[in-house]
Design a protein around this ligand. Structure first.
Ligand code: 13P
Length: 258
């Protein structure tokens, strides 16, 4: 089994001083861990520079939660890929279901955001996942295929190889309703098959597919032990250093025990 990625999506949480405290606590907590897991912390824009500073002496990388689809100019309130890169950011979440739902981000806009990030050498963490009503109708595989096709499959092989995918079933986000390991594995295997069909077996194997949705220290090991689950995108449980570090430990254990 390949090494894992554990990414923390803080969403719109923490004040400046709380953010600093959490960054330092995570940095200290992982300091003496012989880590094989790649750790990415995605705080709000405001704290990216501070996170990048702390990360210089630590074992985590920094990601943004969003980026503008525009390059620069008169777009009040927007933040460009070039700006986040200049703050020391190497990753960026794109297409989170909260952005799709609350900010009406279409597949087309998301595809442009992916391009903007790749142009600046930032790795997109591209989120896909179905709503509960879609799963109840048995449409989850079709929905995910559609999101992948429109959001990513226009990329050539070299560009696609730089993408991380996060499968986050919308019904599991912030609800305490985690997908079972069987549900997660089935969808991750499906995603990998689609990548294989579009690109190749090798690209499919090498693509990181993370699970997100009420993942915590209690269920992480079981989820991460699934063959096609390459780690997690963690929301609420990334807001407490101890809990986040336990999830990182689970990622390490899942690789060792395989
Ligand atoms: P929760 O872990 O809080 O369910 O959030 C998952 C998520 O949306 C990560 O991007």
């Amino acid at each position: 089994m390949k090494n894992k990625i554990v990414a923390g999506n803080w969403k719109m949480n923490k004040t400046f001083s709380e953010a600093e405290e959490l960054l330092v606590a995570v940095a200290e907590g992982i300091d003496d861990m012989p880590l094989n897991t790649e750790i990415i912390i995605c705080p709000p824009f405001l704290y990216l520079e501070m996170a990048a500073d702390v990360s210089e002496e630590s074992k985590f990388s920094v990601g943004a939660q969003n980026v503008s689809s525009e390059k620069s100019g008169a777009f009040t309130g927007e933040i460009s890929a070039e700006m986040i890169k200049s703050a020391g950011v190497d990753f960026c979440i794109v297409g989170h279901s909260e952005r799709r739902a609350h900010f009406q981000e279409s597949d087309e806009v998301l595809a442009t955001k992916v391009l903007r990030l790749l142009e600046k050498d930032i790795v997109p963490i591209f989120c896909i996942g179905e709503q509960l009503s879609e799963r109840e109708k048995g449409e989850e595989f079709k929905i995910v295929e559609n999101q992948l096709t429109k959001g990513l499959f226009y990329l050539d092989k070299d560009a696609f190889e730089r993408i991380i995918i996060a499968y986050e079933p919308v019904w599991a986000i912030g609800t305490g309703l985690t997908a079972t390991p069987e549900q997660a594995q089935k969808m991750h295997a499906h995603i990998r098959q689609l990548i294989e069909k579009q690109y190749s077996v090798e690209v499919a194997y090498n693509t990181y597919i993370l699970y997100g949705g009420s993942c915590n220290s209690k269920n992480a090991l079981e989820l991460f032990s699934c063959q096609d689950v390459d780690g997690g995108l963690i929301g609420g449980a990334s807001l407490k250093a101890e809990e986040f570090i336990e999830i990182i430990n689970a990622a390490e254990t899942s690789v060792k025990s395989n």
